[in-house]
Design a binder for this molecule. Structure first.
Ligand SMILES: Cc1ncc(COP(=O)(O)O)c(C=O)c1O
Length: 398
């Protein structure tokens, strides 16, 4: 007989208000959809679901020209599929880096043996396109330019227009990380001219983690198919993955059926709300959060012109213990926020408002908790000021 654990020994998943860098709150309709009966990943009815996901993804990526699909794995799988498939050993890639995730891309590109040129700029500010312009003129041929649209580590929204124009001028492919912006911010794949754009399901799409939606443009797909040698990763070969998602539906690996069904529901929810309305909701709640934090005397890391609506980093005041505040938020108020990454470790808190987590009630819950916690760790605040300021900004909105 097999021993069964009694219910008291089985750890429960406690409820949380997820205001970190992800995962964000999963929409209940998505979780429900994921409980649908199992179906084969080549079943003709599942193929219809796959096609619907692809069509819905195209609308959310704002592209008519790209093939949209979802890679099995988290956002990093989307990143690695692009790097592995688009770059061959010796190809030159110019990587624009002003945060933690730009650095991860460079690590991947080194592993494939590319000629990796990293351009580093100051954290907390957008990447300056003139740095790219100067570097591009040093190379006869650049295969790929990479950049992060929404740097979760710094809270900066990167304008893409000039970077895209520079890549195009040099006939280089453009790869963009939209892990934190897709479904909560404007990505505009066709308008910007992005050749390969990847994201993740656990942020503004309000799904559990596990899939990396991508938009693969014709030029990128041509480049993958024209390779002299196969990519080192079979699993993340974009050509093979595209053949499963494309009209031929060729078997590649066992697709994570429930995650794909959940993603379909999530994309339907995004489009029911409307992309514009959803982007506006993220903006409104982020404005309220920022106003509330400033009313508490806290300093924001990013200036208003470049701040990302999905995540707001704030400097930790001198003398305040980072961990004590985050642990009190979690234990007493069930609120998760993010810690600083890389050079921001121990210096900033990052408050995420993504997807279903971007709600006015979460802004109020977080600010009122901070009004309680901060004085208890020696940082006096005008109690009620944060909530009042946020409330003024949200007055009249749904
Ligand atoms: C901008 C950005 N890129 C890439 C990643 C990696 O995604 P994942 O953790 O889903 O693999 C993250 C994760 O937070 C991210 O914020």
């Amino acid at each position: 007989m097999t021993a069964r654990l009694s219910p008291s020994e089985v750890p429960a998943v406690p409820p949380r208000i997820l205001l970190g860098p992800g995962p964000s709150t999963a929409h209940p309709r998505v979780l429900q959809a994921m409980m649908a009966p199992m179906i084969g990943y080549l079943d003709p009815d599942f193929m219809k679901i796959l096609d619907e996901v692809s069509a819905l993804l195209r609308r959310v990526f704002q592209t008519d020209d790209s093939l949209a699909l979802a890679i099995s794995g988290t956002g990093s799988a989307g990143m690695e599929a692009g790097i592995n498939s688009l770059l061959e050993p010796g190809d030159t890639v110019v990587m624009c880096i002003c945060g933690f995730f730009g650095g991860r891309m460079a690590d991947m590109a080194e592993r494939v043996g590319a000629n990796v040129v990293t351009l580093q700029s100051e954290w907390g500010k957008p990447f300056p396109p003139d740095l790219l312009e100067a570097e591009l003129s040093n190379h006869e041929r650049v295969k790929l330019v990479t950049i992060v649209h929404a740097e979760t580590s710094t809270g900066v929204l990167q304008p893409l227009g000039e970077v895209a124009a520079l890549a195009k001028e040099r006939d280089a492919l453009l790869m963009v990380d939209a892990v934190t912006s897709l479904g909560g911010g404007r990505v505009g794949v066709d308008e910007v001219g992005i050749d390969y754009c990847y994201s993740a399901t656990q942020k503004c799409l309000a799904c559990p983690p596990g899939m990396a939606p991508v938009a693969l443009g014709a030029r990128a797909l041509d480049a993958v198919r024209a390779r002299g040698q196969k990519p080192t990763s079979w699993y993340l070969d974009l050509d093979l993955i595209a053949k499963y998602w494309g009209p031929e539906h060729v078997y590649h690996h066992t697709a994570p059926v429930s995650n794909i069904v959940g993603l379909r529901e999530a994309l339907r929810i995004v489009l029911e709300e409307g992309l514009d309305a959803r982007i506006e909701r993220h903006h409104r709640n982020a404005m309220a959060l920022r106003a509330g934090l400033e009313a508490l005397g806290l300093d924001l890391v990013v200036d208003a012109r470049h701040s990302l609506d999905q995540i707001t980093p704030v400097w930790i005041p001198d003398g305040v213990d980072d961990l004590e505040v985050r642990q009190t938020l979690l234990r007493k108020y069930k609120i998760e926020i993010g810690r600083g990454l890389g050079s921001f470790a121990g210096r900033v808190w990052r408050i995420g408002l993504m997807g279903e987590s971007s709600r006015a009630e979460n802004v109020f819950a977080f600010l009122s908790a901070m009004e309680e916690i901060l004085p208890s760790v020696g940082y006096e605040v005008a109690r009620g000021a944060g909530v009042a300021e946020a409330s003024k900004l949200l007055a009249g909105s749904a």
